[in-house]
Every structure is written in C-alpha cells, then in structure tokens.
Design a protein around this ligand. Structure first.
Ligand code: AMP
Length: 440
C-alpha cells in the first residue's frame, strides 16, 4: 500500500491546478504551431542529409557538469537535479549538445562515415527567472555535425538556421559571428583579458567580479550598463587568434559570403558554455518597436565544440559544430508564419450516432473513413439527433453522417449535406466509394 503523503506540500489541499512556474501546456492551435515549426525545420534538415535523434529528458548530472562547465549559469544556477530512489544523481537536460555527444559515443557512431549529422527537437529545462521569451521549460530545435573540423560545416549549420528562420517568416535577421580561438591561442587572450579587468575591478558590476574569478570570457557578455564602456577597450580576441584559427574563421566568413548570407562580426560574442572553440554565432531579430529593454532577442545560438569529446572522457578529439533554435521565441516573434503540421486535417464529416448499438457500430465505420482518409468529428456522449446536428452546424463541418437504429439493422448510413440539407442513404459496402465523390 502506498503511504499517505504527509510531507509539507504533499496533501490534497496543497494541490495547485496549474503548471509549475515558467512551464506551459500546449493545447489546440498553439500545439499545432509548435508541431508545424518542428516539421518544417526537420524537413529542411532532412533535405540537407541530417538524421533524427531523440535522447532522454534525464541524463546523469555529471554529463552536464563536465561539458557545459561548472562555472556557467546553467550549472551553477539553472540545473534541475534529482536523486533517484536508487541513489543516482540525474539532471533534467538543460541543452541538447552534450546528450547527443554522449549518444554518439554510446552507439559507436564514430565508426560511421563522418561527419555524423543529426537533428533533434524537444523540451529543455533551466531554472531561470521567467520573463518574456524566457521559460523554465523551453523548446528547441537543434542541429549537430559531429566528426569534422572543416569550416564548410560551420557555414552549413549557419545557412540551415538562416533557411529555417526565413521559411518561418522571419527574414529580418541579424547574424553575429566571432571566433574565440582554440587551446593554443585562447589562453593568451584570456590572460590579457583578466589582466585588463583586474586593473578595472572596481569599475565592474558584482557579477562580473565573480566572472573574473571563474569564467572571464563571460565578462564580455555582461549586459549591465556599468560594464559597457570597459568592453570597448578590452583586448579583442581577433588580435590573439593563432594562424590556424584565423584561417578557419576566414574560411567560414568566405563560405557565408559565397552563399550571400549577411553577417556582422562581434568580437564580444563569447556565448555562455565552456565547450565552445573557434566559431561562435548568434542569430537575433531586432526588438519590436516600443520594446522596453530594446535588446535584440536571440532566436538561435551555436558554435564549434572541438573539445567536448575530450571533456566527456574520449581519448580521441572529435571536432563538431552545432546550433540550437529557441522555438518559443521563434513562435512568439512578430510576423512568424503559421506553419501547420501535415497531419492535422479539418473534419469533413460530423458522425451522428443514435443509441448505444449505433455508438458501438460507429467505431468500425470510423475505420472505413480512416482508410479513405476522411477525418471526422463526433460526440460519443450525446444521444439526441438535434443536439448532435446542432454541434455539426456550430463547428461548420460540411457533411453529417447519421447512424440510427434502422441504419444499424440495414447496414447503411445517411449522408447529409449541411449546406443544401440534401440527404442520401448509402450502403456501408459502398461507403468508401461514395465518400470519394463528396466535395470538401
Ligand atoms: P542556448 O542553448 O542557450 O544556446 O540557446 C539557444 C536558443 O534557445 C536561444 O537563442 C534562445 O532562442 C533559446 N533559449 C535559451 N534559453 C531560453 C529560455 N530560458 N526560454 C526560452 N528560450 C530560450
């Protein structure tokens, strides 16, 4: 027998009939909008040779600790963690790249032709303060190209995000791009950055003083007005890139130009996660007129992560590049297209069943309709003809199909045109052919 919950917050009187803060139900039109966007994005990815992948919502906590980085906001402040009854420490996934890299090794994908190109979508969890465009349960669509260091793969990923967002009806995009170097050149730049900010430690915000100790590149990410002037004279990464990184960055930019993709170089773009190397980029839309904070809203972000494989314990370095698109922000953006999923179909017939026998028989008749791809609506709990006809009129469905006791015995149904009110009795074994003659 399960024990009666006695802990605080577990009694019936404590149940709140609402989603947890920062999380939402997707119902009706909104559900279809998300599904439509994911279908469109998946379609673009499939045509470019990407394969689907789905990983669990829960992963071991250590996976994120060693990949995203211990001194990042995601790990320090935002990770949802839990201990299972068996004692395992798990975390709700805050992002998709580390789980996919885990899956790449777990399933031996390194023995497949490289690069392995994967796409995914689903919910992710970050315990942040909810506000406009920021949820605790967020939904992303992502792409990962694993097993190539070639600059063309960076450009491919940027091109695809650009295509997906443009097809979602968002043409006015800003693509910001930067290179944050590799393990040869980045430490030198980082040292110079730390020296510079140490000299100005009194002028920066409290968060930045912490960043200076734990994650100095994030100093360049700070949005606090107090820290903006200092950024201008901060050592710029571009002057510290080694020959290899400079060449790689140059090639990525050349590929983008060859594809007519407009970009802006932003040397202060570093992105929050530890595993990035070389290319980092962010795609945003200008804020809507009259927006209070006036900051552009990032719709997607990504970059190269050549060192993630090693951080996860692999002996071999597996270079890779990827991107995540924030579906919640895309679907809230002004002007976004209404991309409906392929599977939704407006009901063509309202199926009226009169009495218990008819209700029972109706389920096998729905099979005939399903095989002829005729979507229906019906009301299994209503018995009277007038109540059911009333619903059919209200929801504006062109035909009604009536199954009463007589029709059950005769193996027939009545088809009624809701506009002209003309009715026809149709034998069940002729129903499939008859349905083909009905206009939508
Ligand atoms: P990230 O995984 O942090 O690189 O984020 C990729 C994209 O996901 C961002 O550009 C946003 O569009 C979106 N995103 C990130 N965090 C949130 C959040 N808390 N709520 C909604 N969307 C988010």
């Amino acid at each position: 027998m399960p024990k009666k919950p006695t802990e605080k917050g577990m009694g019936k009187e404590d149940i709140k009939l609402q989603t947890p803060k920062g999380m939402r139900d997707l119902i009706g039109e909104e559900y279809y909008r998300y599904q439509g966007f994911f279908e469109k994005a998946s379609e673009v990815a499939i045509y470019y040779g990407f394969q689907p992948i789905e990983t669990p919502i829960l992963e071991s906590e250590g996976l994120f600790y060693h990949s995203v980085g211990a001194h990042t906001d995601i790990i320090e402040k935002e990770l949802y963690t839990l201990r299972t009854k068996g004692g395992d420490r798990l975390a709700l996934r805050p992002e998709g790249t580390a789980p996919i890299m885990r899956a790449y090794f777990e399933h031996g994908l390194q023995s497949q032709p490289q690069p392995v190109m994967l796409y995914y979508h689903g919910p992710f969890f970050r315990h942040d303060s909810p506000q406009k465009g920021r949820y605790r349960e967020l939904r992303q669509f992502g792409l990962e190209v694993i097993g190539s260091s070639k600059s063309i793969t960076d450009a491919l990923v940027i091109r695809l995000v650009n295509t997906i967002l443009t097809e979602a009806g968002l043409p006015d995009l800003t693509i910001e791009i930067n290179s944050i170097g590799d393990r040869d050149c980045r430490p030198i730049w980082k040292r110079e950055l730390v020296n510079y900010y140490r000299k100005h430690a009194k002028e920066i915000c409290a968060d930045c003083r912490e960043r200076l100790k734990d994650n100095p590149l994030r100093l360049l990410d700070c949005k606090n007005p107090k820290c903006q002037t200092l950024k201008i004279a901060a050592p710029s990464v571009i002057s510290y890139l080694c020959t290899g990184c400079k060449q790689h960055f140059k090639e990525v930019l050349e590929c983008l130009e060859a594809m007519n993709i407009t970009y802006t170089i932003n040397n202060n773009l570093v992105r929050g996660l530890d595993y990035y190397s070389r290319t980092v980029f962010e795609i945003s839309m200008a804020p809507a007129e009259g927006e209070a904070d006036g900051l552009p809203l990032a719709l997607a972000g990504g970059g190269r992560y050549d060192y993630l494989s090693r951080a996860l314990g692999s002996k071999k370095q597996v270079p890779a590049v990827g991107v995540a698109i924030g579906a919640d922000r895309v679907l809230a953006a002004p002007g976004v297209a209404n991309l409906l999923p392929r599977l939704i179909k407006k009901p063509k017939i309202f199926f009226i069943q009169l009495g218990t026998e008819a209700k029972m028989k109706s389920l096998s008749i729905i099979e005939i309709l399903r095989h002829t791809k005729t979507p229906i609506a019906h009301s299994l709990s209503k018995d009277s003809l007038s109540a059911q006809l009333g619903i059919a009129e209200k929801v504006n469905i062109p035909y009604a199909m009536i199954l009463g006791q007589k029709e059950v015995i005769d193996n027939t149904v009545i088809i009624r045109d809701m506009r002209s009110r003309a009715q026809n009795v149709v034998k069940l074994d002729e129903l499939a052919n008859y349905l083909k003659t009905l206009k939508a």
